[in-house]
Ligand binder design. Sequence first.
Ligand code: PRP
Ligand code: URA
Length: 209
Amino acid sequence: MKNVFIMDHPLIKHKIGLIRRKEIGTKEFRETIGEIAMLECYEATRNLELEDVEIETPICKTTVQEIKGKKLAVVPILRAGLGMVDGMLTMIPAAKVGHIGLYRDPETLAPVEYYCKLPADCAEREIFVVDPMLATGGSALEAVEMLKKHGCRKLHFLCIIAAPEGIKAFTEAHPDVDLYIGAVDDHLNDHGYIVPGLGDAGDRIFGTK
Ligand code: PRP
Ligand code: URA
């Protein structure tokens, strides 16, 4: 699949190994999610367009390259996506931030929308949607659908752990959206949790269970 990028950097693999461990506490889990987001952001921004700009060093005039347009936005899916925002902004500090609130109905696993606040000019921005978990894919599909309804066209989706079921659903529904994945896991269990996974990402980031 030409627009699915599975991370192979040793630092990402190592850090994902840390957050899978059940004994890792909230502080270390949250910090490590942020570090992985930063590393994934580095990979996901690899193809940003550059433009030549004339500047002056203390020695002479020269031409340097800058990111063209600089119109970027990060959109976390609440709650767990919030854990990836600071890491993304460490790499792209000028990006605006939108929020999409979705939770999975525990019975049907269908995404339920409860919040949406996006930058007013989001349709002109290159958008990086973030959520650590791509399980059935329901939440990711819905979030990207909402962004497309707001006119967004240049979209990327970054997750940390994905199930094959979610990857299939996402690439079928949104073949035009680049998908960046930290690790591909084995399968979903009967409750829609990723196996081996890391449990409930939101609960582990915010310490709610
Ligand atoms: C988790 C996760 C994703 C979603 C993935 O959120 O952060 O948004 O599940 O599952 P899916 O691919 O099957 O849709 P959850 O619904 O648990 O909400 P929370 O982040 O508020 O805990
Ligand atoms: N959401 C999570 O937080 N974890 C999973 O394994 C699946 C969905």
